[in-house]
Write a protein that binds this ligand. Sequence first.
Ligand SMILES: Nc1ncnc2c1ncn2[C@@H]1O[C@H](COP(=O)(O)OP(=O)(O)OP(=O)(O)O)[C@@H](O)[C@H]1O
Ligand SMILES: [Mg+2]
Length: 229
Amino acid sequence: MSKEKFKTMGNVFDLHTEAAIFKLMSEGHFDGLQSPVSIGKEANIFTALKGKKKVIIKIYRLETCDFNKMYDYIKYDTRYLGLKGKKRLIIFSWCQREFRNLLKAREAGVKAPTPIAFKDNVLVMECIGNRNPAPKLKDQYPKDPDKFYNMLITHVRKFYKAGFVHGDLSEFNILNYRDFPVLIDFSQASPIKSMNSQELLERDIKNINRFFSRIGAKIKDDLKGFITS
Ligand SMILES: Nc1ncnc2c1ncn2[C@@H]1O[C@H](COP(=O)(O)OP(=O)(O)OP(=O)(O)O)[C@@H](O)[C@H]1O
Ligand SMILES: [Mg+2]
C-alpha cells in the first residue's frame, strides 16, 4: 500500500502512530490494516493481512492512555527504570515490554501469540483464531472446565518457572481457541524479582479461581503452591 493510499484510510491516527504503522508495513510485517477488533482502555486492536495470513496490530494510544497508571506498574519492573515523567517513553516501553514478554512466554512454551515486530507504540503479533480472532474465555466457556483449568494453570506455572508473572490474568485476557487456553495481553507481565510480582501473582490466582469455580471447575486449594513449586 502506498503512503498516499494509507493516509486516505481516514485520519484516525496521529502522525507519530501513522509513521510507526507505515514503517512496520514497509518492513514487510503486514500489508495493510483490515478491521478493528477492540477498543481497550489503553490500546486499539486491528486485524491486518500479511499475504493471506491474518495478524494482529495492537496500537497503544498516545493521546488518551493513562500513562500515570502505566508508570505505576512499570516502575517496579527492573528492566525499565528511570521513566518517571517521560510520557512518550513510558508508552513506548509499555509496548516494547509486551513484545519482550510475549517472546519470553513463547520461549517458555506458554500458549500465547508469537510476537512479530514493534515500533514505538505499535505491536504486531500472530492472530489467534481460525478465520476470525478466537473468542475470549468470558464469551465462550470451555466444554470441559476442569481440563481447561488444568491446561491454563500449567501455562501459568511454566511462565513462573521462566521467571515471570502475567499480572493481568482473567477471563478477559485468556482466549478460548478450540477449547485450548491462549494467554494474551502481556503488557503487565513482570519478572518475579520485581517488588510487586507476588501481589500480581496473587491477583491472577484469585481471578482465575473465581472464574473457574463459577463455571463449575474443581479448583486447586493451593494454586500458588502449585505455580511456584
Ligand atoms: N493475538 C491476538 N489474537 C486474537 N485476538 C486478539 C489478539 N490480541 C488481542 N486480541 C483481541 O483484542 C482484545 C483486546 O486485546 P488486549 O487484551 O491485548 O488489549 P486491551 O485489553 O485493550 O489492552 P489494555 O488493557 O492494555 O488496554 C482481546 O480481548 C481479544 O479479543
Ligand atoms: Mg485485555
